[in-house]
Design a protein around this ligand. Sequence first.
Ligand code: NAI
Length: 302
Amino acid sequence: MSKIDFTGRVAIVTGAGSGLGRCHALEFAKRGAKVVINDLGGTRDGVGSDSAAANKVVEEIKALGGEAVPNYDNVATVKGGENIVRTAIDAFGKVDILVNNAGILRDGAFHKMEEENWDAVVGVHLKGAYCVTRPAFINMRENGYGRIIMTTSGAGLFGNFGQSNYASAKMALAGFANVLKFEGAKYNIKTNVLIPLAASRLTEDVLPPDLFARMKPDFITPLVLYMCSEQCEDSGVMINAILGYYSRSAIMTGPGTILSDGERIPAPEEIMENWDKIMSLENPKYFDQLMTMFGELSPLLK
Ligand code: NAI
């Protein structure tokens, strides 16, 4: 088994002041990476700021003999994203690895979802990923190497009551990775999607206490380290991690049915009559890109 080693690599972990991000950052540093510890240090719902969150993790890494610098910028602004990446370049010369991890929650049933709470959550998770990834991606392209993680959530991929803002932002990150897997391919930049479930301040009132005690972020971090390693050659995949369980999730497409000769427009009643066939997920297929789907239409394209 080849050893995963980050000596000479520079990693940025956003929201690394606590929870999953802290755990990833510590393990990157233990395996030789120089790490930028970004954290705004606000509350769980994204209010306020405190440099102590990032500073504490930098101290932890230094105490272990590792190298790290703090950054206190807000991921949700273009200026913040640029400063985070500049912190890495100024301190360590480049960016090899970016883990988009910073996150907040503002849950509530959709009919009560005010614009402010929608914007705050979409701002940190989705725009935040844009703001930090863009300058990092530019540097990675120049260097011909990069590993990027988007942290999504089962709330977005599968659904969860009361999280319309969060689920929308998280699901969008899957689409984001689907594009970066192509745009980064020529430059050895791999972008993969993490679907974690673990104990943190975001889940302390959701998980039952006995599970909360066992579902340590430490179970998530090995997957992140592998997906950020030179050894990982996949890009655009989504992997679940919970306790010791790891599995792939993917958007699959059912066999469907053809209701036309490619010229005649079917009636809505034909859709209704064929609903079972349209809905079937028997022997689903995975399309690695939009155009691959055209293969399914071949009888109509003759
Ligand atoms: P956490 O609350 O412990 O960590 C999030 C960190 O992000 C905090 O330290 C916070 O200060 C920082 N942060 C928040 N807004 C920021 C901003 N605008 N700029 C910079 N830093 C900011 O929570 P946890 O659970 O460790 O979350 C990490 C990521 O994992 C989040 O994206 C979350 O949505 C995601 N996630 C977590 C799950 C879980 O089970 N804990 C499940 C699914 C997804």
